[in-house]
Write a protein of this length. Sequence first.
Length: 306
Amino acid sequence: MPVKFLIAWSGFVIFMAVGLNRNPEARGQEPQTTIRTEVSLVNLIFSAVDSKNRFVPELKADDFLVFEDHQPQKIEYFSDLSKEKSVPLTIALLIDTSGSVKDKLAYEKITAEEFFRKVLRKGRDLALIIQFDSEVNLVHDFTDDVDRLIGALDSLEAGNSTSLYDAIYLAVEEKLSPETGRKVIVVITDGEDTSSKVRKEAATESAQKKDVIIYGIGVRGDFGVNFGVLKKFAEETGGSFFSPKAKLEEMRAAFRAINEELQGQYSLAYISTNKRRDGSFRTVEVRSKQSGVRVRTRKGYYAAKG
């Protein structure tokens, strides 16, 4: 099965119908018997890193164990995404333009431009830009044209308060939700939300339900910071958090690390042994059988309901 379909089906229930006819010569004279099977396929995109946080290549399905609510699961599909070039990547770049981080805006523009030029593949990947301060605004919609994204970055201007949770929630629900393949949010902020209408728990749940990975880059502004919430977003969705100082090279290093991680991910899928359609949150853990290899993936998923 192609990986792009495997990823697109994540979190959904797949129905398979097999038509059986008792007498081939009497087709149309007798009703067909249909076998209906429900399969709950759970897809996980994850990173495997060593003690120095470097991507570990050439791993296979047999190198991993998967648990749901502490119960072992059988890996049905596996792919090394560093070798799978057909899987699209969709990126939402969220930039904090509140007054507290306005002096970092120039660095954010420079490093974001370099990131887009390195990571986006023409005709395959898409990216958009959202700015958030007291409001959340779509600066540029999905495109694979890097020059248009760069032009949009140049239009960013500093605003007032910070609506971080709203920005993440809206990016997931209104833009990333219908997309297939790998879905990623990269958010640059001091983490200090001051004006969101959505709770951070709702933003996290939304990302988990839509299989969105969040990467946080924490920048220190003129007021308070809350890097803890950025770390939490990353941990719950299988991403990473970076906390560069107010230096251009450190910002570049953070974007470089995200790019390297995106180029070296794996994907697996399993059919959950828990057949209940109760909408509950189920914890997920992927372990490596190799000593010294750590796995980063989302903490769990929400089961289908109904």
